[in-house]
Write a protein that binds this ligand. Structure first.
Ligand code: NIG
Ligand code: FE
Length: 431
């Protein structure tokens, strides 16, 4: 049965070319007042002004859901997370609140390596369970596609355990989980002083094993001071590209390394963080497919300076926003918070944050042909907001709620308005 979503006060379609929105196009929401959506077989059949959607084939027999003037948007595409971890890092948090830095805490036994201990000691089934609980909360915040990295295993069997858990969790949730192999996240303690050898293992053992089991779509490297050098990143990514993975890089987060230019040179899908990006780095990201994926929740949480979002957009880069949800630098899975931080701290406009959190996020994952906008032929991933104006979403930080989240045409979270037709039979939605 087809579904008609009508009575939409503001429909953010994000309609446009299936490519990253840059510069002034980052403010273009293709917003329709008085809109409607017709959905069938999990796909958008028509999106536009209500009177024209009502004329579309099958609209008159569709079950009709009137949203009473609310805002409807595409589901968020969160292109960068480390959402698979065993537990929070509360001691790190407490130490930082007393003035110690991320780098100091990592050097004294906290940081990424303490999450590695957690994951290595956690059975695969427990990891699946933990992620399953998180995916419910993430859907409830309006995210319908989430990238998740490995990188808390740092040896073959634990990296495979993470990626297998991710695959298992993906089969249990309607949330689309996009797996990324991040073996080059940090040097594990048992390899201290042998970074070159660890990189050999990534290239010779881990990448082939992950590829053989088809467990990841992307590979990523934490290219930074104290982590992996530009040369090591290049080696890992070149080998990942040969194995068929898309590429991503943690670039210029703690220090400037030139990783964003490397990302551009390799045609990576995204260069992420960019806190210390120079003018030349920004220049390198102006052409080609590499999206500048900013994760300002981590800057907020670490109290670090923000990446140059305004400069990137004004010069014509394609900016995406992502949570970076992880236990060390951003324990936040909610894209609304990230949009709010982007507006208040990086001076992005509310419209730019919407583009960055939807279609440009999809581009950072190579999913722009099916995700990130509400256009005929695309997967029906939509969110209805308890709001009359799209600017309310980044404005009411910490508060505004999602009315419902729809994934591939099915209501998967929240409450459907009373006017809804047969979809109401889904009792899970009557929370
Ligand atoms: O994106 N920079 C590297 N990785 C994460 C932090 C992971 C952690 O601290 O556990 C980040 O900020
Ligand atoms: Fe990260």
């Amino acid at each position: 049965m087809k579904t008609l979503i009508c009575g939409i006060g503001q429909l953010l379609t994000m309609a446009g070319p299936d490519e990253p929105r840059r510069g002034k196009w980052m403010g273009s929401l293709a917003l329709i007042r008085g809109g409607a959506l017709l959905i069938g077989d999990g796909v958008i059949l028509a999106a536009g002004r209500e009177e024209s959607v009502l004329r579309a084939e099958g609209a008159s027999q569709a079950r009709s859901v009137d949203v009473g003037g609310r805002v409807v948007s595409p589901g968020f595409v969160d292109s960068h997370s480390h959402a698979l971890f065993a537990g929070p890092r509360l001691a790190d948090f407490e130490a930082r609140s007393s003035g110690r830095s991320y780098e100091e805490i990592a050097a004294s036994g906290g940081g990424i390596l303490s999450s590695v201990d957690g994951v290595r000691g956690c059975p695969e089934a427990k990891l699946v369970e933990l992620l399953a609980v998180r995916t419910e909360k993430i859907l409830a915040c309006g995210t319908t596609t989430l990238e998740v990295k490995s990188g808390y295993g740092l040896e073959l069997s634990s990296e495979l355990k993470m990626l297998r858990a991710l695959k298992e969790a993906a089969g249990r949730t309607p949330l689309d989980l996009v797996p990324t192999f991040l073996g080059a996240h940090a040097l594990p303690a048992e390899m201290a002083g042998r970074k070159g050898e660890y990189v050999d293992r990534i290239v010779e053992e881990m990448i082939p094993a992950v590829a053989r089991e088809n467990l990841a779509r992307f590979a990523d490297v934490f290219c930074d001071e104290g982590y992996f050098t530009l040369e090591q990143a290049q080696r890992v990514l070149a080998s990942a590209a040969r194995a068929g993975f898309g590429l991503k890089i943690h670039a210029e987060q703690l220090a400037r390394t030139g990783a964003s230019a490397l990302a551009a040179r390799l045609g990576a899908s995204s260069a992420d963080h960019l806190d210390h990006a120079s003018d030349a780095d920004i220049e390198a990201l102006l052409s080609g497919p590499t999206v500048a994926a900013l994760v300002p929740g981590s800057n907020y949480f670490l109290g670090a300076a923000y990446p140059p979002a305004r400069k990137l957009i004004d010069r014509g880069a394609a900016v995406a926003l992502a949570t970076d949800f992880n236990p060390g630098t951003c324990p936040c899975w909610d894209m609304r918070q990230i949009m709010s931080i982007a507006c208040t701290q990086m001076k992005m406009t509310p419209a730019e944050t919407w583009v960055a959190a939807t279609i440009n996020g999809a581009c950072a994952l190579g999913l722009q042909k099916t995700r990130g906008s509400l256009e005929p032929g695309k997967t029906a991933d939509a969110v209805c907001w308890d709001a009359e104006d799209y600017r309310e979403i980044p404005y009411y930080f910490g508060g505004l709620s999602v009315a419902w989240t729809m994934k591939a045409g099915t209501f998967v979270s929240g409450k459907i308005p009373a006017e809804a037709g047969p979809a109401h039979e889904n009792t899970a939605l009557r929370s």
